[in-house]
Design a protein around this ligand. Structure first.
Ligand code: GYE
Length: 322
């Protein structure tokens, strides 16, 4: 299936599978790990030619990159869509060119699901639900009389933002938490610092911050400290975060972050499996979730129930951080 790029190696004819990959950008540590995963998997030694394009968080750049890949007649197009909407036209062009499209991380909202072959990523709503469930247990245990929470959201319209935000909104309603304010921190440390600083000026009773990734949490922590407040158990404000990057986990271990929902960025090997399955006509599942856990900075593991299923939330330890 598909055309192959032919190269000569050591006088021997070798053919590589060409993959055009449009990455969202380099907004976070999670994203850097995701790029590394793709680059490590799709190497010439392993039979691939990876064309990597960084869209700098711009949908228009992603559309341009996909059109370029079509022109170059790549074998597969892989991309992580910055937002869900606006992909129908360019994906129809890829379909007409008969190039299979594999979506990773965030999803696309298209009218015709045959416009892509497969999707690999996380269950962002479940990540948020687990974090909120642990937070509820903490609130009960500490007998916190009133939860005044602010939400620093991810890139608006991205699947990860939508899932994590919805989980918080549902939990706030269910548990009677006051959701004081929501604003996007665009998944970056700098923007989150700005948003958190502003929120602290507007509300003096914030006791929880729900950041939608670790880099936002780092920015929020700096803003809280610069405003003369403290984070962590016994402190003024508790931080909820996502990604569980190494630095995120380190800060969870040191109790700067209370709860950290892991988001698995290692998509490369799964994309490769999907490609094999497409080549052998064995793709039995169009959407695939990568495995992930939730960590928190309390001394004991916790069992939580969600939708009739039991999940273990692990307390973060030195060995997890390494
Ligand atoms: O959590 C964040 C990144 O969509 C899962 O995007 C991804 C998110 C991730 O910038 O750090």
């Amino acid at each position: 299936s598909g055309k192959q790029t032919e190269i000569w190696k050591n006088g021997e004819k070798d053919s590589l599978t060409t993959i055009g990959f449009s990455q969202v950008g380099a907004e976070s540590d999670w994203r850097s790990a995701n790029s590394i995963s793709m680059k490590r998997t799709f190497t010439p030694e392993r039979g691939y030619d990876l064309i990597f394009e960084d869209a700098k968080q711009k949908q228009s750049d992603q559309i341009k990159a996909i059109r370029k890949f079509i022109q170059q007649e790549v074998d597969y197009i892989v991309f992580s869509p910055v937002v869900e909407s606006g992909w129908d036209t360019v994906l129809e062009e890829a379909k007409r060119a008969e190039i299979p499209v594999i979506i990773i991380d965030r999803k696309v909202a298209v009218k015709d699901s045959s416009l892509y072959a497969a999707w690999i990523g996380s269950n962002f709503y479940l990540e948020g639900q687990k974090a909120c469930k642990v937070m509820k247990a903490y609130v009960d245990e500490q007998q916190i009389p009133e939860v005044n929470i602010v939400n620093i959201q991810g890139t608006l319209g991205a699947t990860s933002q939508i899932g994590r935000t919805n989980a918080l909104e549902d939990a706030a309603q269910k548990y009677g938490w006051n959701l004081l304010e929501q604003e996007s921190g665009e998944y970056t440390e700098a923007k989150a610092y700005e948003v958190m600083s502003k929120m602290l000026l507007e509300h003096d009773d914030i006791n929880f911050v729900y950041c939608e990734n670790d880099n936002e949490a780092f920015g929020a922590i700096d803003a809280i400290r610069d405003a003369g407040k403290t984070v962590g158990p016994g402190g003024d404000i508790q931080i909820i975060s996502f990604d569980a990057t190494r630095e995120g986990l380190r800060r969870t271990l040191h109790r700067e972050i209370l709860i950290n929902g892991e988001c698995n960025p290692w998509h490369g090997e799964y994309v490769e499996k999907v490609i094999h399955m497409l080549e052998t006509n064995e793709l039995w599942q169009k959407e695939m979730y990568v495995p992930e856990e939730t960590f928190y900075s309390m001394p004991e593991d916790m069992q939580i129930m969600l939708g009739g299923k039991e999940y273990t939330v692990q307390t973060v330890t030195e060995s997890i951080v390494q």
